[in-house]
Design a protein around this ligand. Structure first.
Ligand SMILES: [Zn+2]
Length: 308
């Protein structure tokens, strides 16, 4: 039997691991109790399998005020985000995208890492975490100090020319967009996960600047839905997993293949796979350990158990 599976099933035989708190009716204490037992299992997984590579998704950033795409069943919570082909082929789509991101981007730009990002960075310093791969484009792992994070789907804080590769800081780019489009400043709307916003209006008057160097189409440096992750980046992720003893997925339903393939790779190469995500994920059947618990609290308790 795989040592991970064995240690988990051993823990399950001892319900006193919940410290008796389940007998209270206090929901908060129940939540702490649940996180404690799940955190024990996570700490045991990390002790047995360090160093691990961590793959994170939108669920880790919601506590930083950045909404996620999907509900606990993996279904879309909102209209699907912009598609790569539509963005490249249609000026109307680009007008809508850039106008809406005048509203949506500042939220992501101003977001700060939460406890989960910081606990992961601590585990990285302790050698428990080899590398972090994130499906998020918010740069919160880097803000927390995880400098070697692989941005699987790119980074929203930079804008790139799709023809010549010219790069701009997104903050500066938005200053240009705002100065060209004074009527679109100060709009209010709910923010979407990728720096987009839930806003419908007439965008036909929006002036989208092209690349100053070659007149090419400018795009945030993120992999939109319908586009592919560059192969060297995918290979770097596989390499990180190959150099680790296990994979831990946090806050992702793995519904998109670009993330799911790493869970499958871990499974195919006999690396233990743990998943800390609320609700169903596409890789539940591959996981040696599935933790359906609060991300922040579980990581906090697990990190403190590992340092004891
Ligand atoms: Zn260009």
């Amino acid at each position: 039997m795989n040592p991970v599976t064995e240690s988990v099933s051993t823990l399950n035989k001892h319900p006193q691991n919940t410290h008796g708190l389940r007998s209270t009716n206090n929901a908060a204490r129940l939540s702490v109790s649940e996180s404690e037992s799940e955190a024990e299992r996570l700490a045991q997984f990390l002790r047995a399998n360090a160093p691990v590579t961590i793959l994170t998704g939108a669920g880790i950033s919601t506590a930083s005020g950045i909404p996620d795409y999907r509900d606990e069943n993996g279904n879309w919570k909102r209209k699907q985000p912009v598609q790569h082909q539509e963005f490249m082929q249609s000026l109307d789509v680009r007008r809508r995208y850039w106008a809406r991101s005048l509203v949506g981007w500042p939220v992501m730009q101003n977001a700060a890492p939460n406890g989960a990002h910081l606990f992961i960075q601590t585990l990285e310093q302790q050698g428990v975490v080899h590398r972090v791969i994130t499906q998020n484009v918010d740069r919160l792992h880097q803000k927390a100090g995880s400098a070697r994070t692989i941005d699987l789907h790119g980074r929203a804080d930079e804008v790139i020319c799709t023809s010549c590769g010219e790069r701009h800081n997104r903050h500066d780019w938005h200053q240009v967009c705002a100065s060209l489009n004074p009527h679109f400043r100060n709009l209010q709307a709910d923010v979407a996960p990728d720096g987009d916003a839930d806003l419908e209006m007439d965008f036909s008057g929006f002036n989208v600047p092209d690349c100053a160097r070659c007149d090419g189409i400018m795009k945030p440096d993120v992999v939109f839905f319908g586009d592919n992750v560059p192969r060297p980046r995918v290979d770097e992720c596989f390499e990180a997993i190959n150099q680790s003893r296990a994979l831990l997925v946090i806050g992702s339903s793995l519904m998109v293949y670009s993330g799911f393939r790493f869970a499958r790779h871990a499974s195919l190469t006999n690396k233990p796979l743990a998943i800390l995500t609320r609700g169903r994920t596409r890789a539940d059947e591959l996981a040696n350990l599935k933790l359906n618990a609060d991300i922040n609290m579980t990581l906090q308790i697990a990190a403190s158990e590992l340092t004891d």
